[in-house]
Design a protein around this ligand. Structure first.
Ligand SMILES: [Zn+2]
Length: 413
C-alpha cells in the first residue's frame, strides 16, 4: 500500500468521526433524511468535496452529489448514504461517501488526471428511519420512487413534500431524472462496512459482495382457543403456543441445514398473554432471506406449508399475512471480477460474500452495473454507537478502490 492510501484512508475515518457531531439528538448520533443535522453534514462534506476539486450540488430529495472530470463523459459513481438510524455508529454508509472523496484525492495527490469522470454520491433516506421507504434517495436518482412518494409521512406527520420544501428543495422536481441516457453512470461502486462477523472470522480485511439477498416477510397467526390452565385437560386443548414454538424450531433447523438461507422469527406475541391462561392466539413474524431467488421462494413455500401442517395436526387455524418482499440483487459479474483483481493487487486474498442487508447498490443496480466492497466490522457490530472499523482496513479499501478505477477505465466497453 502506498503512503497516499494510508494517509487518505486514515483521514476518511477521521471525517466519519467529525460527522458524528452532526446529530438531531443530543448525546447520540441520529441524522435524519432532510433534517437539520443533515444540513450541517452537507456543509462539511461539500467543503471536503470542493477542496478535492468536485463540483457539488444537492438534488431535490437531499442527495449530495459531487462530480469531477470530463463533463461530457459517463462517470463512475461511488457512493453510499449520509443518513443514520437513531443511536447510530460513525461508519454505516458515511464511510463509503468519505472513501469516494478519498479516491478523487488519491489521484490528485499523485498529480494524475482522473482516468474516468467520478461522481461521489451521498445518498439520503437509505435507512427508512424517518420516511417509511428504504433507499429513498437512491431510488429517487434512478427513477424508482412510487407515484405517491410526496405523500409519505414521517412519525410527526410531516409529508415528504413538506420536508423537501423545508430543506430548501423543490418537491415539484422530485421525479426529474438525475441523469440523461448519455451521461448516466457507466458503473456504481459502494464501499461499506460489512455490519456482520464473516470477514473478521475469515481473518480478512476486505470482501467482494456477490449480491444482496432477497427477502420475504410474513406474519403468521396460529388460532386456537384460550382456556383455564388448571381446568382444561391437556388432550382437550387447542393451544396456540406449542404450535408457534414448533414453527420457530422448524425455521431454525431448515435455515441451519440449507446453505445461504437465513430465517428469523424475532417477534412472538401471545394472546391473551397470561401465566394461567392457554394461548388462544400466537402470532410469529417470519423473515426469510437468500441470495438466490428460486431458493428463497422454495424455502418460503416450505415454511408456510410447514406452518399449515403444524396447525392441522394440532386442530388449529393459521392465518398467513405477507408483509413485504424483495428479489435478490446480484452484483454485476464483470465488476465483481475487476474488484477481485483490485483487491488482490492491493495485497488481500480476494473472497466473496453475500450481503444479508440491503444497500443503495440495490437501487443503483436498476440503472447501471453495480458492485460493492465490504470492510471488516470489528465484532460484527453495526447500528450501534460502538460500531467501528480498522483505519488500516480503510486504507486497504481505498487502495483497492483506486486500482478498481484504473482497471475500469481501461476495461473494454
Ligand atoms: Zn448502510
Amino acid at each position: 500500500m502506498d503512503s497516499h492510501s494510508r494517509t487518505l484512508g486514515h483521514a476518511a475515518v477521521e471525517r466519519c468521526r467529525v460527522l458524528t457531531g452532526c446529530t438531531d439528538e443530543e448525546g447520540m448520533v441520529r441524522r435524519a433524511c432532510l433534517g437539520p443535522a443533515m444540513k450541517r453534514a452537507h456543509m462539511l462534506v461539500a467543503g471536503w468535496m470542493e477542496a478535492a476539486g468536485l463540483d457539488v450540488r444537492v438534488d431535490p430529495v437531499g442527495n449530495l452529489i459531487g462530480r469531477v472530470g470530463d463533463p461530457k463523459g459517463r462517470p463512475l459513481a461511488i457512493g453510499s448514504h449520509l443518513d443514520t438510524v437513531r443511536d447510530a455508529g460513525p461508519f454505516d454508509g458515511i464511510l463509503g461517501v468519505m472513501l469516494g472523496i478519498a479516491v478523487v484525492e488519491h489521484f490528485r495527490s499523485r498529480g494524475q488526471a482522473l482516468p474516468v469522470p467520478i461522481e461521489v454520491l451521498g445518498f439520503t433516506g437509505e435507512e427508512a428511519a424517518r420516511f417509511p421507504l428504504p433507499y429513498l434517495g437512491s431510488l429517487a436518482m434512478v427513477g424508482g420512487l412510487p407515484e405517491d412518494a410526496l405523500r409519505l409521512c414521517d412519525p410527526q406527520g410531516t409529508t415528504l413534500e413538506q420536508a423537501i420544501a423545508d430543506f430548501g428543495g423543490d418537491p415539484g422536481r422530485l421525479f426529474e431524472p438525475a441523469w440523461s441516457e448519455a451521461n448516466r453512470p457507466l458503473a456504481y461502486l459502494e464501499l461499506h462496512i460489512e455490519q456482520g462477523p464473516l470477514l473478521e472470522s475469515r481473518g480478512l480485511p476486505l470482501g467482494v459482495v456477490s449480491g444482496l439477498v432477497g427477502q420475504r416477510w410474513f406474519r403468521l397467526s396460529f388460532e386456537g382457543r384460550a382456556g383455564h390452565a388448571g381446568t382444561t385437560p391437556m388432550e382437550l386443548r387447542r393451544d396456540a403456543a406449542p404450535a408457534a414454538a414448533e414453527l420457530v424450531l422448524v425455521a431454525e433447523s431448515m435455515a441451519r441445514s440449507t446453505p445461504g438461507l437465513l430465517a428469523t422469527t424475532g417477534e412472538l406475541r401471545s394472546s391473551p398473554g397470561a401465566i394461567n391462561v392457554i394461548a388462544g392466539r400466537v402470532t410469529v413474524s417470519l423473515d426469510v432471506r437468500h441470495g438466490d431467488g428460486a431458493a428463497l421462494q422454495s424455502a418460503a413455500d416450505a415454511l408456510l406449508a410447514e406452518a399449515r401442517s403444524i396447525a392441522a395436526r394440532r386442530g388449529l387455524d393459521v392465518r398467513v399475512e405477507a408483509l413485504a418482499e424483495s428479489a435478490p440483487s446480484p452484483c454485476d459479474p464483470g465488476l465483481r471480477a475487476l474488484l477481485a483483481e483490485a483487491v488482490e493487487a492491493a495485497g488481500v486474498t480476494p473472497t466473496e460474500l453475500v450481503s444479508g442487508a440491503g444497500h443503495d447498490a440495490r437501487a443503483m443496480a436498476r440503472l447501471t452495473p453495480s458492485c460493492m466492497l465490504f470492510l471488516r466490522s470489528p465484532g460484527g457490530l453495526s447500528h450501534h454507537p460502538e460500531e467501528d472499523v480498522d483505519a488500516d482496513d480503510v486504507a486497504l479499501a481505498l487502495d483497492a478502490a483506486v486500482r478498481f478505477v484504473d482497471k475500469l477505465a481501461h476495461a473494454p466497453r
